[in-house]
Structure formats: structure tokens, C-alpha cells
Write a protein that binds this ligand. Structure first.
Ligand SMILES: CCCCCCC/C=C/C(=O)SCCNC(=O)CCNC(=O)[C@H](O)C(C)(C)COP(=O)(O)OP(=O)(O)OC[C@H]1O[C@@H](n2cnc3c(N)ncnc32)[C@H](O)[C@@H]1OP(=O)(O)O
Ligand SMILES: NC(=O)C1=CN([C@@H]2O[C@H](COP(=O)(O)OP(=O)(O)OC[C@H]3O[C@@H](n4cnc5c(N)ncnc54)[C@H](OP(=O)(O)O)[C@@H]3O)[C@@H](O)[C@H]2O)C=CC1
Length: 270
């Protein structure tokens, strides 16, 4: 595993789920991390855990929808660590609803967090990288329905597709500054946020599991590990791409394959 000692990263939605696992993973590799989210308590818990393990972390509350709050968070990270080497756009909002019942404000809430929030953070961090003449790596967490689409999540699917287009555009535009941008597309991942938003009932969990050829949920830590890979210099020649880790879910049901039913395999993440 490559050391990330002396590096400093920002992780949005870093207090819970995949964001928290990513922050802990980066800190374990020696990096300093700034975790950003709306609620102070989960952020403080992760920052305390990083410090307990001998690392350095800053917890900063901000709503990624608010450009001024994002600027203040990035300034606080610069003041504390003196540099920014990378950003993880992980914050998201989601709920399942038939599209015809989605209110204008419901659409706005999700698209604002996922698409506008990603832009607010990406532009604020990239400007600091350009001003300080430092290379950088930006990873955004998307979902495979950015290209497959998925009924019930039109707001999130459309916003994640926008993040892919943003990533591909900026990967070319900012290559001259040695800023790399990539996406990670996890499949169903065992987190509290997704559990309550997307598979609150056992019946929903079973349906999700049955759609995954590897027949298990991903663990937040294994997704955090992939994000760490894309942030690191091992991925120095990778830009503008999406790394999919979905247990084969987005390949869809195959005509001559085994039936997509739960098969008794352990559904627990590795
Ligand atoms: C199925 C397999 C695929 C697997 C891949 C899955 C890929 C993606 C996964 C994820 O993204 S998991 C992340 C889940 N985490 C979260 O959602 C956490 C954060 N969530 C939130 O903050 C809220 O859920 C929020 C609604 C997104 C935003 O909160 P905010 O406080 O800004 O908004 P509200 O004022 O509460 O609501 C705004 C608007 O939205 C309507 N709304 C909220 N929930 C629902 C719902 N369940 N159904 C329908 N509409 C909903 C709410 O009513 C408001 O609209 P108006 O009433 O004002 O019109
Ligand atoms: N779990 C899964 O199955 C999958 C998840 N993903 C993606 O992975 C990422 C993480 O999801 P997951 O860990 O499961 O879910 P969580 O709900 O645990 O994570 C979402 C995080 O985003 C933060 N957040 C939400 N809204 C805002 C906001 N406006 N400003 C700042 N922070 C915000 C939340 O903190 P707070 O509420 O305190 O602000 C929370 O920490 C998301 O991008 C999601 O779309 C993709 C595919 C599958």
C-alpha cells in the first residue's frame, strides 16, 4: 500500500458510510483529512477516531449546496494543513419515489446536493490547487445508474450522470494543471444512509441482493480503498474514467445465466 504521508485530503459526507470509511483509510495511509458535512456530531466522531489512531483530522460543518460555506471549509483546510492534494465528492441525498410524484423541491434537493454540491467543491478545491501550483486528484462517488438509469431515482440518476460529464470535461480541461478527475461507481453498499433511503424493508434488501451476481453488498471500507487508489500516485495516468465496483450488478440479467435469485450465499460485505 502506498504511503500518503504529508498529503491532505477533503472528504465530503465524511462523517458516515463510505465517506467515513474513506477518511479513515486515507488517515491510516498517513494523510491528513478534512471531513465535511451538515451535522457536526458524526464528523467529530470520525475526526476523533483519526486522531486516536495517530493521524490528523479537521471536522468542518458545511452544506455543499452553499458555495460560500464550501469556500470557508476549503479555506479552513488550507489554514490547518497548508495544502490540498485531493478531494472526494461523496456527499449525496437520495430517496426512492415514482418520478410522477416527485415534487420540484424534492428534485431540487437531490440535484443540488449531488450535482451542484460536486461542482461547488470541485471548483473551490481546484482553484486552490491551481493557485498553489500543486497537482491534485479529485474522485467523485457516483452510481451505475448514471448510465443505465433506474426507475424510482430519476433525480439521483440525472445528477450522477451530470457528475460523470463534469468529470470527463474537467479531466481534459485541467490536465494541463496535472489535476486528475475520476469517478468510483459502487454497487449496493452496506451503509446506514443507503439502508434507510433505499432498502429499508427486508423485501427491498432481498430484491437488491438478487440483482447482484456476486450476491453480496459491498463494504464501505472496500469502496474507500478504491477511492484511495484513485487518489494516489499509483493512478497517476488515470483520468476521466469511472471505476465500477458493483459485483456485476450493472451487467444486468443475462439470458442464459443463472436466475437472479438470492442463492443462500452470505450477503455480508467482505
Ligand atoms: C437500488 C439499487 C441501486 C444501488 C445504488 C444506489 C446509489 C445511490 C445511493 C445513495 O445515494 S445513498 C445516500 C443516501 N443518503 C442520504 O440520502 C442522506 C442524506 N439525505 C438527505 O439529506 C435527505 O434525504 C434529502 C431529502 C435528500 C435532503 O434533505 P433536505 O433536508 O435538504 O430536504 P427536505 O427538506 O427534507 O426535503 C426536500 C424535498 O424532498 C422531498 N422528499 C424527501 N424525502 C422524500 C421521500 N422519501 N419521498 C418523496 N419526497 C421526499 C421533501 O418532501 C421535500 O419536498 P417538498 O415537500 O418541499 O415538496
Ligand atoms: N451505499 C450505496 O449503496 C451507494 C452509495 N453511493 C454513493 O456513495 C456516497 C456515499 O453514500 P453512503 O455512504 O451510502 O450514504 P450516507 O448517507 O452515509 O452518506 C451521505 C453523506 O453525505 C452527507 N451530506 C448529505 N447532504 C449533504 C449536504 N447538503 N452537504 C454536506 N454533506 C451532505 C451526509 O451527512 P450530513 O447528513 O451530516 O450532511 C452523509 O455523511 C454517495 O455519493 C452515494 O450516492 C453510490 C452507489 C451505491
Amino acid at each position: 500500500m502506498e504511503s500518503l504521508a504529508d498529503r491532505a485530503y477533503l472528504v465530503t459526507g465524511g462523517g458516515t458510510g463510505i465517506g467515513a470509511a474513506t477518511a479513515l483509510h486515507l488517515a491510516a495511509l498517513g494523510a491528513s483529512v478534512t471531513v465535511i458535512g451538515r451535522r457536526e456530531e458524526p464528523l467529530k466522531k470520525i475526526a476523533d477516531e483519526v486522531r486516536r489512531q495517530g493521524g490528523d483530522a479537521l471536522a468542518h460543518t458545511a452544506d455543499v449546496r452553499d458555495p460560500a460555506a464550501v469556500e470557508a471549509a476549503v479555506d479552513a483546510a488550507m489554514d490547518r494543513f497548508g495544502r490540498i492534494d485531493g478531494l472526494v465528492n461523496n456527499a449525496a441525498g437520495n430517496f426512492v419515489t415514482p418520478a410522477e410524484k416527485l415534487s420540484p423541491n424534492g428534485w431540487r434537493a437531490v440535484v443540488d446536493i449531488v450535482l451542484n454540491g460536486t461542482w461547488n467543491c470541485t471548483s473551490a478545491v481546484a482553484r486552490r490547487m491551481i493557485e498553489t501550483n500543486r497537482p491534485g486528484s479529485i474522485v467523485s462517488v457516483i452510481a451505475t445508474y448514471a448510465w443505465t438509469g433506474h426507475p424510482g431515482t430519476v433525480h439521483s440518476a440525472a445528477a450522477k450522470a451530470g457528475v460523470v460529464a463534469m468529470t470527463r470535461t474537467l479531466a481534459v480541461e485541467w490536465a494541463r494543471y496535472d489535476i486528475r478527475l475520476n469517478c468510483v461507481a459502487p454497487g449496493p453498499t452496506e451503509t446506514e444512509g443507503a439502508g434507510s433511503a433505499l432498502w429499508a424493508e427486508q423485501e427491498d434488501r432481498d430484491r437488491v441482493l438478487a440483482s447482484v451476481p456476486l450476491r453480496r453488498f459491498a463494504g464501505a471500507a472496500e469502496v474507500g480503498d478504491l477511492i484511495g487508489l484513485l487518489l494516489s500516485d499509483r493512478a497517476a495516468y488515470i483520468t476521466g474514467t469511472t471505476l465500477t465496483a458493483d459485483g456485476g450488478q450493472s451487467l444486468g440479467a443475462q439470458i442464459y445465466g443463472p436466475p437472479l435469485e438470492t442463492n443462500g450465499a452470505s450477503p455480508s460485505p467482505r
